[in-house]
Design a protein around this ligand. Structure first.
Ligand code: RTP
Ligand code: MG
Length: 140
């Protein structure tokens, strides 16, 4: 399997509950290395652009509002097959469907306040990483 990078966001519901370290411990325990990380407060424009793919979905407005309610932690995770591995470690979008031991099973409050975002393909990962990070900020 190839060494990959994926974009992860620890969402406002989790930063608000001081869960950044606990979530990072799950990532690191699964063999994902945090090679870049910063805490930022997204603007409405940034959150709207980041989730533009969901623009027509009924939950778009509320998703954008929830993402700007509190700071988030954006990070680049690196590892063998990192994109799929991170999706596995995150668990299903709805925490009610998430497997035991996954971040969403452990920490998410609801389908929307589901604690983490993770890129869903290698191509999207590249685009999402460059949305937040310059190459010089990524230190493997
Ligand atoms: P993500 O993109 O955040 O990593 O999660 P995902 O692929 O599992 O979920 P996706 O379908 O891409 O949806 C993006 C985020 O929108 C919120 N959502 N709300 N109310 C709803 O029915 C609903 N569905 C999705 C979630 O916060 C989800 O993570
Ligand atoms: Mg998604």
């Amino acid at each position: 399997m190839a060494l990959e990078r994926t974009l992860s966001i620890i969402k406002p519901d989790a930063t608000k509950r001081n869960l950044t370290g606990k979530i990072n411990a799950v990532f690191e325990g699964a063999g994902l290395r945090i090679v870049a990380q910063k805490r930022i407060h997204l603007t409405e424009k940034q959150a709207g652009a980041f989730y533009a793919v969901h623009k027509e979905r009924p939950f778009y407005g509320s998703l954008v509002s929830s993402m700007i309610a509190e700071p988030v932690v954006v990070q680049v995770l690196q590892g063998e097959g990192a994109v799929a591995k991170n999706r596995e470690v995150m668990g299903a979008t709805n925490p009610a469907d998430a497997a035991e031991g996954t971040v969403r099973k452990l920490f998410a409050e609801s389908i929307e306040a589901n604690s983490v975002h993770g890129s869903d393909s290698l191509e999207n990962a590249k685009n999402e990483i460059s949305f937040f990070f310059a190459e010089t900020e990524i230190l493997p």
